[in-house]
Design a protein around this ligand. Structure first.
Ligand SMILES: Cc1ncc(COP(=O)(O)O)c(C=O)c1O
Length: 379
């Protein structure tokens, strides 16, 4: 089926008892056995829950994977993927991954003997050079949050295949509607479903979609063993959100491009970071690898003081962390989403106090632009 049809129907079957068209929220911890040792296939809800299973089937169909698993947060999903590794293994990571991912790697997993090298994965030679004898995985985020650097998924995945490494892509910013890493050869895709997949800023969750059976089996085992599962209610919310994913992503993409163009033409804006603009250094790769650049737009004002003045007059754009909701959110990454990145690394990566990130929502785009103009007039 086509993407929009799968988004609405995949994994969703009318309830056997009532015929309910929508998947019910199976709010149960356990299930009746037919006889001792003989379950219906459902035994305990950490292991399996019909609402979560419907979502996992749906996400797997959208991504073209072998299996998908839903977790209590994006970070729980990423943690589960990292359990494919053992103490002593080394990972090559995009140098400006989401701050929480960096924190998990640097301040939790290093203590368990995993080793990480952070490189600019937009240049394949940097990845090649960083691979060591004990390297087992390359972990990329494309585009990166919030600097919008792209990595060439097909090239990175090809290198991984040749060197026997696992390739992982955090596709949270674009979703399978705009970018399908597994089709480009990646082994694993991770999501914070908190963002565009759910799309309504009312649930925290994560997902892993896997192309290879041996990885899928292990992640399923870990999902049950560690237990960081997505709740039935949150599974239902994400399943409902995904039904409108194509509609929302088209609107985010259209509004994102218009906002980026408007900012680029504005005298108070120093620089706009949006792969959909011809001025982006990787615009050609964006056109090759994605169906659109979505709703995430970052830009630099002239100074931290200008940024401080910019936020105060905003009325529509909510000053908040997170992204990917139907409404426009705006933030200063250096003091909010990326505050956990050490100050010297922030400076090196361009995560200065002059940088603003917008998650452009699906409102009337002129209202978003008028609001940004209010802030820019004050900046
Ligand atoms: C790109 C990216 N990956 C992963 C995460 C972590 O997801 P969660 O907050 O759902 O744990 C985030 C959160 O902002 C993110 O932006």
């Amino acid at each position: 089926m086509g993407f929009a049809t799968d988004a609405i129907h995949a994994g969703v079957v009318p309830d056997k008892v009532t015929g309910s068209v929508m998947t019910p929220i199976y709010q149960t911890s356990t299930y009746v056995y037919e006889s001792p040792g003989k379950s219906t296939g459902f035994d305990y809800a950490r292991t399996i829950n019909p609402t979560r299973s419907a979502l996992e089937t749906n996400l797997n169909a959208l991504e073209g994977g072998r299996a998908a698993y839903a977790f209590a947060s994006g970070m729980a999903a990423i943690s589960a993927v990292m359990t494919l590794l053992k103490a002593g293994d080394h990972v090559v990571v995009s140098h400006n991954v989401y701050g929480g991912t960096y924190r998990l790697f640097a301040r939790v997993l290093e203590d368990y003997g995993l080793r990480f090298s952070y490189v600019d994965t937009s240049r394949i030679e940097n990845v090649e050079k960083a691979v060591r004898e004990n390297t087992r995985m390359v972990y990329i985020e494309t585009p990166t949050n919030p600097i919008m650097i792209l990595s060439d998924i097909e090239t990175v995945a090809g290198l991984c295949r040749r060197r026997g490494l696992i390739s992982v892509v955090d596709n949270t910013f674009l979703t399978p509607y705009l970018q399908r890493p597994l089709d480009l050869g990646a082994d694993i895709v991770v999501y914070s479903t908190t963002k565009y997949l759910n799309g309504h800023s009312d649930s925290v969750g994560g997902a892993v979609v896997l192309a290879r059976e041996e990885h899928a089996e292990r992640v399923k085992f870990v999902q049950n063993s560690v237990g960081a599962i997505l709740s039935p209610f949150d599974s239902w919310l994400v399943l409902r959100g995904v039904k409108t994913l194509p509609l929302r992503m088209r609107a985010h993409d259209e509004n994102g491009l218009q906002v980026a163009r408007h900012l680029e033409a504005h005298a108070k804006v120093k620089k706009v970071l949006y792969p959909g603009l011809p001025s982006h250094p990787q615009h050609d790769l964006a056109r090759r690898q994605t169906r659109g650049s979505g709703g995430m737009v970052s830009f630099y004002l002239s100074s931290p003081e200008a940024a401080a003045r910019f936020f105060a007059p905003l009325k529509l754009c909510a000053l908040a962390e997170s992204l990917g909701g139907i409404e426009t959110l705006i933030c200063q990454p250096s003091t909010m989403t990326h505050a956990s990145v050490p100050a010297e690394d922030r400076e090196r990566l361009g995560l200065t106090d002059s940088l603003v990130r917008i998650s452009v929502g699906c409102e009337d785009v002129q209202d978003i632009i008028d609001d940004l103009d209010r802030g820019l007039a004050a900046a």
